[in-house]
Design a protein around this ligand. Structure first.
Ligand code: DQA
Length: 144
């Protein structure tokens, strides 16, 4: 069975109550369980990981060698983290960057992503649906 890792960065553990007008009303648990369910339909085992710590996210990416795909929303670290970028560059399976909000319609400091030119593809602004679309994309890329 193919395995896909989903990494959620800082403050995404507060989804549902955190600025719902921007990030929606779904909790992280809602998103993760929807991914597990959709994964079953694709024959993909989905594991999710959330951390508020940059180094913990780097450690998780480094330990992902036995996965077939990575979906990552590095949250605020998107805009700052060379360490997460470097960890992604060392990966040789598909990586999809996801943002719940359309970062290009927001403050200028959110317009730049440190990882966009290091990932396979990117989905922004579609809320929690973006994660499911990312899983569908990974499924198409890794096949059966
Ligand atoms: C985010 C956008 C980031 O700018 C922000 O820091 C987040 C969430 C998103 O999913 O829209 O925490 O990655």
């Amino acid at each position: 069975m193919k395995k896909v890792l989903v990494i959620h960065g800082p403050n995404l553990n507060r989804l549902g109550t955190r600025e719902p007008e921007i990030y929606g009303h779904q909790t992280l648990a809602d998103i993760d369980s929807a991914l597990v369910e959709r994964g079953k339909a694709f024959g993909i085992e989905v594991e999710s990981f959330q951390s508020n710590h940059e180094g913990a996210i780097v450690d998780k990416i480094q330990s992902a060698a036995n996965y077939h795909g990575l979906i990552i929303n590095p949250a605020a670290y998107t805009h700052t983290s060379i360490a997460i970028r470097d960890a992604i560059l060392a990966i040789d399976f598909p990586v999809i960057e996801v943002h719940l909000s359309n970062i290009y319609k927001r403050e200028p400091f959110r317009h730049h992503s440190m990882i966009s030119d290091a990932v396979t593809g990117k989905i922004v602004g579609l809320g929690h649906h973006g994660y499911l679309l990312a899983l569908e994309a990974v499924h198409g890329l890794i096949g059966r």
